[in-house]
Design a protein around this ligand. Structure first.
Ligand SMILES: Nc1ncnc2c1ncn2[C@@H]1O[C@H](COP(=O)(O)OP(=O)(O)OP(=O)(O)O)[C@@H](O)[C@H]1O
Length: 596
């Protein structure tokens, strides 16, 4: 049984604020050579800056997590794996990395890495923490997400997506620059999170064994010290014990507001779990009396009801995808002119994954004076993010989720009810700056029927990318990988089939010399054509079913890897082009003789 302790924090305790006050003192320097007018406006700005710093210091002190800083740090020192469950808004994501930094976990120049399932959370939380620390983003505090890196040699607190950390593991299999890795929002159980767990378990054991032969690794109740030696080849503990290098041990923290601590604890051999009780501001939850037949219509009505009847504060509405968001946006703009002039100040801002990053960031900008902002979001805004000004959350109770039919080999997105933990995360987005309200557009009795947590993505997706990723990490026996939850049995055939397409030996080289092949993850069926040369691609095209043939060519056109192919032999290039022309002109590819 996992060990669980509860940390209560009814009153805020004093916290050492040396780092903040030191930076404030530095910032009060005034350039005496400035003209007087400018100096005046500078000191105005400076006053505003000081006021904001004071506010941030007060906010940090009042967070439920603040009084338990010392105990938390102690727990991290004592345990190599710690599971932390704390209410939304208690301060886990922003404060724990700072506590560990202050406690000296980076004093040897190593880094505290915090993973997030989504890039928008990694970027915005890093910005907030940099501000709290009084430093420029990219210095002590930074973030790294795909195609956007705001870190430097000075970065010691690094927020990133879980996918990004997996990529880093290709270059540095022992993740040697990290002293602590925090996996945040682990309850989401994305494929990346699950693969990361197995990887981190392996890294932790390998690093520990490099200095002590595996002795001294403290997972909790169960003695795991012999595990590395015993199970190195059989149980998914795939990283080899480093031969010569010595790596300092790695601390691992698994964190969420709504985590099934027991499952994670058991996975890590009975790791300790701590609960942080208390939230900063209350959120009142409202339910509808009866089930709604049209949740988009119900959302629209609720938006206008809040706008016309409730006090100031912005609204966050959770919808399932871009199409719904655009349709609600259109409906709002149609209805708005029908309201009295003074009630028309409603600003709609969408956020969904396909929106360019700069446009996503618009939701974090304050609304113009007198306007109420309505943010129409997918579950991209569900966890970790704090959107300033949000007081009201509308939750219709649905989400778009991946679903995979192994029989047909088809993956699709389907709309399903949220889980209880998703509902909890959504309501948590109100009440981050003051008391809030959450309107769930379904009856309370329906809430009781929801699943406690979301089904792990690994059980409901096409595993091609997972297989590719694991192969790239050097895992040969995919079925034997130490998953928290094994992929569903229907997926086993796919694992066996796809594993055969890509030999591990090809990838083990890539672990140390990543090629565009590895850095551009795609389905193994597609990527396998990029092995060696055009000849292989052409043979593949000849032997593929017509559907795949078209796909392969399309992908080869857009794929980064194709750049490598373009440099190859002219003769093959001509043949490849002819395939393309045939598809373009609609000529049949099945004509006898052509397919060999
Ligand atoms: N970008 C921000 N702007 C303003 N306040 C912020 C910001 N980020 C965090 N905060 C404040 O810090 C508090 C704690 O946020 P934090 O993300 O650390 O909580 P958490 O416990 O990790 O919550 P969750 O489980 O919802 O991610 C928020 O409730 C909010 O008051």
């Amino acid at each position: 049984m996992p060990e669980v302790c509860v940390m209560c924090c009814p009153s805020s305790g004093a916290r050492a604020l040396h780092a903040e006050t030191a930076t404030m003192r530095g910032a009060t320097l005034v350039d005496a050579t400035m003209p007087s007018v400018q100096r005046g406006s500078f000191s105005n700005r400076q006053t505003q800056f000081s006021e904001r710093r004071q506010k941030i210091i007060q906010q940090r002190k009042s967070l439920p997590i603040a009084p338990v800083e010392k105990r938390l740090v102690e727990e991290v020192r004592k345990h190599d794996v710690l599971i932390i469950v704390g209410e939304t808004g208690s301060g886990k994501t922003t404060q724990i990395p700072q506590f560990l930094f202050d406690a000296g976990f980076c004093c040897d120049g190593r880094v505290i890495g915090i993973t997030q399932p989504r890039r928008v959370a990694a970027v915005t939380v890093a910005k907030r923490v940099a501000e709290e620390c009084g430093v420029e983003l990219g210095q002590k505090v930074g973030y790294s997400v795909r195609f956007d890196d705001a870190t430097s040699g000075l970065t010691r607190i690094k927020y990133m997506t879980d996918g990004l950390l997996l990529r880093e593991a290709l270059l540095d299999p022992y993740l040697s620059k990290y002293s602590v890795i925090i996996v945040d929002e682990a309850h989401e159980r994305t494929v990346h999170t699950d693969v990361l767990m197995g990887l981190l378990k392996s890294v932790q054991l390998a690093r520990s064994s490099s200095v002590s032969g595996g002795q001294g690794l403290n997972f909790g109740n169960k003695n795991m010290n012999k595990l590395f030696e015993k199970e190195n080849d059989q149980s998914g503990i795939f990283l080899k014990k480093p031969r010569h290098e010595k790596y300092a041990p790695l601390k691992l923290i698994i964190m969420s507001a709504s985590l099934d601590a027991r499952a994670f604890s058991e996975y890590f051999g009975g790791a300790k779990a701590v609960h942080i009780q208390g939230r900063q501001f209350p959120v009142d939850i409202f339910y509808t009396r009866d089930a709604e037949t049209d949740y988009l219509d119900a959302s629209l009505i609720t938006i206008f009801q809040i706008h016309l009847e409730e006090g100031p504060g912005d609204i966050l509405v959770f919808l399932t995808g871009q199409e719904e968001i655009e349709s609600v946006e259109r409906l709002i703009s149609e209805k708005l002119p029908q309201l009295p002039q003074e009630s028309q100040k409603l600003l709609v801002v969408p956020i969904f994954a396909a929106l360019p990053s700069e446009q996503q960031m618009r939701v974090f900008a304050p609304s113009p004076s007198g306007f109420r902002k309505v943010i129409l979001a997918t579950n991209i805004a569900e966890t970790s993010v704090t959107i300033p000004g949000i007081k009201y959350v509308i939750d219709p109770g649905f989400v778009k989720a991946r679903s995979y039919d192994p029989g047909k080999g088809m993956e699709s997105l389907i709309i399903i009810p949220t889980s209880k933990s998703q509902a909890l995360q959504r309501s948590g987005r109100a009440g981050r700056e003051g008391p809030g309200k959450c309107f769930r557009l379904y009856p309370e009795r329906e809430f009781e029927k929801l699943e406690d947590s979301t089904m792990p993505e690994i059980k409901r997706c096409n595993l091609s990318n997972v297989i590719l990723q694991l192969k790239a990490l050097g895992v040969d026996d995919i079925l034997g990988f130490d998953f928290i939850d094994k992929p569903s049995s229907g997926n086993h055939d796919q694992i066996v089939e796809d594993s055969a397409v890509i030999p591990c030996s090809h990838f083990s080289l890539s672990v140390f010399q990543p090629s565009p092949f590895v850095l551009w993850p795609s389905s193994p069926h597609c990527l396998s054509v990029f092995y060696d040369n055009h000849r292989q691609l052409i043979d593949r095209l000849r032997n593929s079913a017509p559907f795949y043939r078209k796909q392969l060519l399309t992908i080869s056109d857009v794929n980064l890897c194709f750049k490598c192919l373009q440099t190859k032999e002219e003769e093959n290039q001509i043949e490849l082009d002819s395939f393309r022309i045939e598809i373009g002109t609609g000529k049949s590819l099945e004509s006898p003789g052509r397919d060999g």
